[in-house]
Design a protein around this ligand. Structure first.
Ligand code: C5P
Length: 319
Protein backbone atom coordinates (compact mmCIF):
# COMPACT_ATOMS: atom_id res chain seq x y z
CA UNK A 1 0.00 0.00 0.00
CA UNK A 2 1.22 3.47 -0.83
CA UNK A 3 1.51 5.48 2.35
CA UNK A 4 1.28 9.24 2.06
CA UNK A 5 3.26 11.21 4.60
CA UNK A 6 1.13 14.26 5.49
CA UNK A 7 3.07 17.47 5.02
CA UNK A 8 3.21 20.14 7.73
CA UNK A 9 0.47 22.75 7.80
CA UNK A 10 1.29 26.41 8.44
CA UNK A 11 -1.31 28.79 9.85
CA UNK A 12 -1.21 32.54 10.41
CA UNK A 13 -3.35 33.99 13.20
CA UNK A 14 -3.85 37.68 14.01
CA UNK A 15 -3.61 39.82 17.13
CA UNK A 16 -6.73 41.68 18.27
CA UNK A 17 -7.45 45.17 19.50
CA UNK A 18 -10.55 45.98 21.56
CA UNK A 19 -11.92 49.21 20.07
CA UNK A 20 -14.60 49.25 22.76
CA UNK A 21 -14.28 47.19 25.92
CA UNK A 22 -17.23 47.56 28.27
CA UNK A 23 -16.79 45.41 31.38
CA UNK A 24 -19.95 44.61 33.34
CA UNK A 25 -20.29 42.92 36.69
CA UNK A 26 -18.45 39.86 37.93
CA UNK A 27 -20.52 36.73 37.24
CA UNK A 28 -20.82 33.77 39.60
CA UNK A 29 -18.55 31.75 37.23
CA UNK A 30 -15.65 34.20 37.79
CA UNK A 31 -15.97 35.93 34.41
CA UNK A 32 -17.20 39.45 33.71
CA UNK A 33 -20.06 40.17 31.36
CA UNK A 34 -18.56 42.01 28.37
CA UNK A 35 -19.70 44.18 25.53
CA UNK A 36 -16.70 44.58 23.26
CA UNK A 37 -15.81 45.41 19.67
CA UNK A 38 -12.82 43.41 18.40
CA UNK A 39 -10.68 44.22 15.39
CA UNK A 40 -8.11 41.74 14.06
CA UNK A 41 -4.86 43.47 13.06
CA UNK A 42 -1.88 42.56 10.89
CA UNK A 43 0.43 41.57 13.73
CA UNK A 44 0.44 37.77 13.46
CA UNK A 45 1.84 34.55 14.88
CA UNK A 46 2.86 31.80 12.46
CA UNK A 47 2.16 28.27 13.69
CA UNK A 48 3.55 25.16 11.97
CA UNK A 49 1.94 21.80 12.75
CA UNK A 50 3.88 18.66 11.81
CA UNK A 51 2.92 15.02 12.42
CA UNK A 52 5.22 13.58 15.08
CA UNK A 53 5.65 10.59 17.42
CA UNK A 54 5.51 12.81 20.47
CA UNK A 55 3.94 16.17 21.24
CA UNK A 56 6.25 19.17 21.46
CA UNK A 57 5.98 22.95 21.38
CA UNK A 58 8.70 25.36 20.36
CA UNK A 59 8.41 29.15 20.45
CA UNK A 60 10.62 31.68 18.71
CA UNK A 61 10.24 35.45 18.59
CA UNK A 62 11.47 38.40 16.59
CA UNK A 63 14.66 38.22 18.69
CA UNK A 64 15.15 34.46 17.98
CA UNK A 65 14.61 31.48 20.29
CA UNK A 66 16.53 33.21 23.10
CA UNK A 67 14.17 36.24 23.07
CA UNK A 68 13.74 37.16 26.76
CA UNK A 69 10.09 38.06 26.27
CA UNK A 70 9.39 34.39 25.49
CA UNK A 71 10.75 33.05 28.78
CA UNK A 72 7.31 32.93 30.37
CA UNK A 73 5.64 30.97 27.56
CA UNK A 74 4.97 27.40 28.76
CA UNK A 75 6.07 24.61 26.41
CA UNK A 76 3.76 21.96 27.89
CA UNK A 77 0.13 21.50 28.94
CA UNK A 78 0.13 25.06 30.29
CA UNK A 79 0.25 26.39 26.72
CA UNK A 80 -3.16 27.11 25.18
CA UNK A 81 -1.92 25.63 21.88
CA UNK A 82 -1.29 22.29 23.65
CA UNK A 83 -4.79 22.43 25.18
CA UNK A 84 -6.17 23.12 21.71
CA UNK A 85 -4.68 19.85 20.39
CA UNK A 86 -6.40 17.97 23.25
CA UNK A 87 -9.68 19.83 22.65
CA UNK A 88 -9.76 18.87 18.95
CA UNK A 89 -8.92 15.25 19.79
CA UNK A 90 -11.67 15.13 22.44
CA UNK A 91 -14.14 16.68 20.00
CA UNK A 92 -13.52 14.18 17.19
CA UNK A 93 -13.17 11.26 19.63
CA UNK A 94 -10.26 9.56 17.88
CA UNK A 95 -6.50 9.85 17.82
CA UNK A 96 -4.82 11.07 14.66
CA UNK A 97 -1.38 10.81 16.23
CA UNK A 98 0.75 13.52 17.74
CA UNK A 99 2.00 16.84 16.41
CA UNK A 100 4.91 19.19 16.86
CA UNK A 101 3.70 22.76 17.24
CA UNK A 102 6.27 25.38 16.22
CA UNK A 103 5.19 28.92 17.00
CA UNK A 104 6.90 32.00 15.52
CA UNK A 105 5.62 34.90 17.60
CA UNK A 106 4.88 38.28 16.09
CA UNK A 107 2.25 39.12 18.75
CA UNK A 108 3.50 40.41 22.12
CA UNK A 109 3.40 37.75 24.88
CA UNK A 110 0.81 38.50 27.63
CA UNK A 111 0.40 41.94 26.05
CA UNK A 112 -3.39 42.21 25.88
CA UNK A 113 -3.52 41.36 22.16
CA UNK A 114 -4.71 37.73 22.43
CA UNK A 115 -1.39 36.16 21.40
CA UNK A 116 -2.05 32.89 23.25
CA UNK A 117 -5.57 32.78 21.84
CA UNK A 118 -4.19 33.30 18.33
CA UNK A 119 -1.93 30.25 18.74
CA UNK A 120 -4.86 28.14 19.98
CA UNK A 121 -6.99 29.32 17.06
CA UNK A 122 -4.15 28.43 14.67
CA UNK A 123 -4.01 24.91 16.10
CA UNK A 124 -7.78 24.43 15.63
CA UNK A 125 -7.70 25.61 12.02
CA UNK A 126 -4.44 23.77 11.29
CA UNK A 127 -5.49 20.40 12.72
CA UNK A 128 -8.76 20.66 10.81
CA UNK A 129 -6.61 20.68 7.66
CA UNK A 130 -3.83 18.31 8.77
CA UNK A 131 -6.23 15.61 10.02
CA UNK A 132 -8.78 16.30 7.23
CA UNK A 133 -11.59 16.71 9.76
CA UNK A 134 -13.91 18.99 7.75
CA UNK A 135 -15.14 20.67 10.92
CA UNK A 136 -17.53 23.54 10.20
CA UNK A 137 -16.71 27.08 11.35
CA UNK A 138 -19.43 26.79 14.05
CA UNK A 139 -17.88 23.59 15.41
CA UNK A 140 -14.50 25.29 15.53
CA UNK A 141 -16.13 28.23 17.33
CA UNK A 142 -17.59 25.90 19.96
CA UNK A 143 -14.24 24.22 20.62
CA UNK A 144 -12.61 27.67 20.63
CA UNK A 145 -15.02 29.02 23.28
CA UNK A 146 -14.06 26.14 25.58
CA UNK A 147 -10.41 27.18 25.37
CA UNK A 148 -10.72 30.90 26.18
CA UNK A 149 -12.90 33.98 25.79
CA UNK A 150 -10.85 35.46 22.90
CA UNK A 151 -10.21 32.26 20.93
CA UNK A 152 -13.45 32.34 18.87
CA UNK A 153 -12.56 35.82 17.65
CA UNK A 154 -9.01 34.73 16.79
CA UNK A 155 -10.57 32.06 14.55
CA UNK A 156 -13.09 34.44 12.98
CA UNK A 157 -11.05 37.65 12.57
CA UNK A 158 -12.34 40.79 10.86
CA UNK A 159 -14.34 43.09 13.10
CA UNK A 160 -16.96 41.76 15.51
CA UNK A 161 -19.10 42.60 18.50
CA UNK A 162 -18.40 40.20 21.37
CA UNK A 163 -20.85 39.61 24.22
CA UNK A 164 -21.13 37.11 27.07
CA UNK A 165 -17.55 36.67 28.28
CA UNK A 166 -16.46 37.81 24.79
CA UNK A 167 -17.00 34.47 23.06
CA UNK A 168 -20.39 35.20 21.51
CA UNK A 169 -19.72 37.02 18.22
CA UNK A 170 -21.66 39.07 15.70
CA UNK A 171 -19.88 40.41 12.62
CA UNK A 172 -19.70 44.20 12.36
CA UNK A 173 -19.61 46.35 9.22
CA UNK A 174 -16.25 48.10 8.88
CA UNK A 175 -15.33 50.17 5.85
CA UNK A 176 -11.73 50.48 4.64
CA UNK A 177 -8.54 49.93 6.59
CA UNK A 178 -7.55 51.48 9.92
CA UNK A 179 -3.91 52.24 10.66
CA UNK A 180 -2.37 51.54 14.05
CA UNK A 181 0.89 52.08 15.88
CA UNK A 182 1.54 49.41 18.48
CA UNK A 183 3.76 50.20 21.49
CA UNK A 184 4.95 46.90 22.95
CA UNK A 185 5.77 47.34 26.64
CA UNK A 186 8.54 45.55 28.48
CA UNK A 187 7.07 42.85 30.74
CA UNK A 188 3.58 41.45 30.97
CA UNK A 189 0.27 41.93 32.75
CA UNK A 190 -1.84 38.97 33.88
CA UNK A 191 -5.39 39.25 32.51
CA UNK A 192 -7.13 37.80 35.64
CA UNK A 193 -5.12 40.21 37.83
CA UNK A 194 -6.17 43.22 35.73
CA UNK A 195 -9.84 42.19 36.00
CA UNK A 196 -9.38 41.77 39.77
CA UNK A 197 -7.80 45.23 40.00
CA UNK A 198 -10.82 46.69 38.18
CA UNK A 199 -13.15 45.00 40.71
CA UNK A 200 -11.05 46.46 43.54
CA UNK A 201 -11.10 49.97 42.01
CA UNK A 202 -14.85 49.76 41.47
CA UNK A 203 -15.45 48.55 45.02
CA UNK A 204 -13.42 51.49 46.36
CA UNK A 205 -15.03 54.20 44.23
CA UNK A 206 -17.12 56.66 46.18
CA UNK A 207 -17.36 60.36 45.28
CA UNK A 208 -15.92 59.89 41.81
CA UNK A 209 -17.27 56.75 40.14
CA UNK A 210 -15.16 55.22 37.35
CA UNK A 211 -16.53 55.97 33.93
CA UNK A 212 -18.20 52.94 32.31
CA UNK A 213 -18.02 52.44 28.56
CA UNK A 214 -21.77 52.07 27.98
CA UNK A 215 -23.07 50.88 24.60
CA UNK A 216 -20.62 50.68 21.65
CA UNK A 217 -22.81 52.73 19.27
CA UNK A 218 -20.20 55.45 18.58
CA UNK A 219 -17.55 52.85 17.63
CA UNK A 220 -19.99 50.97 15.39
CA UNK A 221 -20.99 54.20 13.58
CA UNK A 222 -17.34 55.23 13.05
CA UNK A 223 -16.46 51.75 11.70
CA UNK A 224 -19.39 51.74 9.27
CA UNK A 225 -18.31 55.19 8.03
CA UNK A 226 -14.64 54.14 7.80
CA UNK A 227 -13.83 57.34 9.69
CA UNK A 228 -10.62 57.18 11.79
CA UNK A 229 -11.22 60.59 13.46
CA UNK A 230 -14.62 59.51 14.76
CA UNK A 231 -13.24 56.13 15.75
CA UNK A 232 -10.44 57.86 17.67
CA UNK A 233 -13.00 59.85 19.68
CA UNK A 234 -15.01 56.71 20.43
CA UNK A 235 -12.22 54.34 21.58
CA UNK A 236 -12.83 53.21 25.17
CA UNK A 237 -11.47 50.49 27.43
CA UNK A 238 -12.92 49.86 30.91
CA UNK A 239 -9.82 47.84 31.81
CA UNK A 240 -7.53 50.83 31.17
CA UNK A 241 -7.77 52.38 34.68
CA UNK A 242 -6.90 48.97 36.16
CA UNK A 243 -3.93 48.46 33.82
CA UNK A 244 -2.72 52.03 34.58
CA UNK A 245 -3.09 51.46 38.30
CA UNK A 246 -0.88 48.36 38.04
CA UNK A 247 1.56 50.01 35.57
CA UNK A 248 1.56 53.78 36.11
CA UNK A 249 4.36 54.16 33.51
CA UNK A 250 1.83 53.40 30.77
CA UNK A 251 0.40 56.90 31.26
CA UNK A 252 3.66 58.22 29.85
CA UNK A 253 3.42 55.85 26.87
CA UNK A 254 -0.14 57.00 26.12
CA UNK A 255 0.88 60.65 26.40
CA UNK A 256 3.93 60.11 24.17
CA UNK A 257 1.77 58.57 21.42
CA UNK A 258 -0.59 61.53 21.36
CA UNK A 259 2.36 63.95 21.48
CA UNK A 260 3.80 62.05 18.51
CA UNK A 261 0.65 63.03 16.63
CA UNK A 262 -1.63 59.96 16.91
CA UNK A 263 -5.38 60.63 16.77
CA UNK A 264 -5.85 58.72 20.05
CA UNK A 265 -4.27 56.01 22.15
CA UNK A 266 -5.62 53.30 24.44
CA UNK A 267 -4.35 50.34 26.40
CA UNK A 268 -5.04 47.20 24.37
CA UNK A 269 -7.35 44.82 26.30
CA UNK A 270 -5.76 44.07 29.68
CA UNK A 271 -2.44 45.65 28.57
CA UNK A 272 0.38 46.47 28.85
CA UNK A 273 0.53 47.00 25.04
CA UNK A 274 -0.73 50.47 24.03
CA UNK A 275 -2.23 51.09 20.59
CA UNK A 276 -2.54 54.38 18.71
CA UNK A 277 -4.94 55.12 15.89
CA UNK A 278 -3.60 57.13 12.93
CA UNK A 279 -5.25 58.79 9.94
CA UNK A 280 -3.49 56.75 7.23
CA UNK A 281 -0.46 54.61 6.47
CA UNK A 282 1.99 57.51 6.14
CA UNK A 283 0.76 59.08 9.34
CA UNK A 284 1.27 55.76 11.17
CA UNK A 285 4.87 55.48 9.92
CA UNK A 286 5.60 59.05 11.14
CA UNK A 287 4.02 58.46 14.56
CA UNK A 288 5.87 55.13 14.92
CA UNK A 289 9.22 56.78 14.15
CA UNK A 290 8.58 59.57 16.66
CA UNK A 291 7.36 57.15 19.34
CA UNK A 292 10.39 54.89 18.86
CA UNK A 293 12.59 57.88 19.68
CA UNK A 294 10.61 58.67 22.86
CA UNK A 295 11.96 55.56 24.59
CA UNK A 296 8.65 54.61 26.21
CA UNK A 297 8.25 51.15 24.65
CA UNK A 298 10.28 47.96 24.18
CA UNK A 299 9.32 47.91 20.49
CA UNK A 300 7.10 49.97 18.20
CA UNK A 301 5.28 48.47 15.20
CA UNK A 302 2.68 49.54 12.68
CA UNK A 303 -0.34 47.40 11.80
CA UNK A 304 -3.58 47.64 9.85
CA UNK A 305 -7.01 46.22 10.55
CA UNK A 306 -9.28 44.51 9.97
CA UNK A 307 -7.57 41.34 8.71
CA UNK A 308 -8.73 37.72 8.41
CA UNK A 309 -8.81 35.26 11.30
CA UNK A 310 -6.59 32.16 11.59
CA UNK A 311 -5.90 30.85 8.06
CA UNK A 312 -3.81 28.08 6.54
CA UNK A 313 -1.09 29.62 4.38
CA UNK A 314 -0.13 27.47 1.46
CA UNK A 315 3.34 28.73 0.86
CA UNK A 316 5.39 28.18 4.00
CA UNK A 317 8.07 30.64 2.99
CA UNK A 318 5.83 33.60 2.24
CA UNK A 319 3.49 32.56 5.05
O1 C5P B 1 -11.26 33.20 28.99
P1 C5P B 1 -9.84 33.43 29.39
O2 C5P B 1 -9.18 32.17 29.90
O3 C5P B 1 -9.02 34.09 28.34
O4 C5P B 1 -9.87 34.45 30.60
C1 C5P B 1 -8.76 34.65 31.43
C2 C5P B 1 -9.21 35.30 32.73
O5 C5P B 1 -9.61 36.66 32.46
C3 C5P B 1 -10.41 34.67 33.39
O6 C5P B 1 -10.03 33.60 34.22
C4 C5P B 1 -10.99 35.84 34.19
O7 C5P B 1 -10.25 36.04 35.38
C5 C5P B 1 -10.72 37.02 33.28
N1 C5P B 1 -11.88 37.31 32.41
C6 C5P B 1 -13.00 37.88 32.99
N2 C5P B 1 -14.09 38.15 32.20
C7 C5P B 1 -14.07 37.89 30.87
C8 C5P B 1 -12.92 37.32 30.27
C9 C5P B 1 -11.84 37.05 31.07
O8 C5P B 1 -13.03 38.15 34.20
N3 C5P B 1 -15.15 38.17 30.15
Amino acid sequence: MLSVVPSPVVVRAPAKINLHLGVGDLRPDGYHELETVFQAVSLTDRVRLSPSDTRSITVTGPGGAADRALASVPLDGGNLAWKAVDAVRDHVGESHGEVSVDIAKGIPVAGGMAGGSADAAAVLVGLNRLWRLDLEREELATIAAGLGSDVPFSVQGGTALGTGRGESLTRVLSRGAFHWVIAVAAGELSTPEVYRELDTLRAAERAEPLRRAGAPDAVLTALAAGDPKRLAEALVNDLQPAALSMRPALRRTLRAGVEAGALAGIVSGSGPTCVFLCADDEHAVRVAAELSGAGVARAVRTATGPVAGARVVDDEKTG
